[in-house]
Write a protein that binds this ligand. Structure first.
Ligand SMILES: N[C@@H](CCC(=O)N[C@@H](CS)C(=O)NCC(=O)O)C(=O)O
Length: 108
């Protein structure tokens, strides 16, 4: 089962979690939420960076053993394609992306 690594308080991690919840995929993905500035966060970032060669970020999903994918939009596309979901039909996700996330990005 893929593991989604989320960062507590992260608006992009919440976007992925909202998608997985609304698309009813939470029984197909293991969730691990890490605290900001924790040892576990640093440990995972190093793991993501050595696997992808890019700066580690949350959310990241280990989509199969040793294969890591980052970026909330890319992850939503990945799971939508895999499960035949049209994310624009997801009302809560669309609401969050259109009217909540832009405000959070300004603050972030
Ligand atoms: N475009 C990325 C942005 C992800 C992002 O900026 N995540 C932040 C936390 S909200 C992060 O991982 N920052 C790295 C750090 O804090 O070291 C996405 O949509 O996933």
């Amino acid at each position: 089962m893929p593991t989604a690594y989320l960062l507590a308080g992260c608006p992009f991690s919440f976007k992925l979690l909202l998608f997985l919840s609304e698309a009813q995929l939470l029984d197909r993905v293991k969730i691990e939420t890490v605290e900001a500035d924790s040892g576990r966060m640093e440990e995972l970032k190093k793991k993501f960076e050595s696997a992808t060669g890019k700066k580690g970020s949350f959310p990241t999903v280990e989509i199969e053993p040793g294969v890591y994918k980052s970026d909330s939009d890319a992850l939503i596309t990945h799971f939508s394609d895999a499960h035949g979901i049209n994310p624009s039909n997801l009302v809560a996700l669309s609401f969050y992306k259109q009217s909540i996330l832009p405000q959070l990005e300004k603050l972030h």
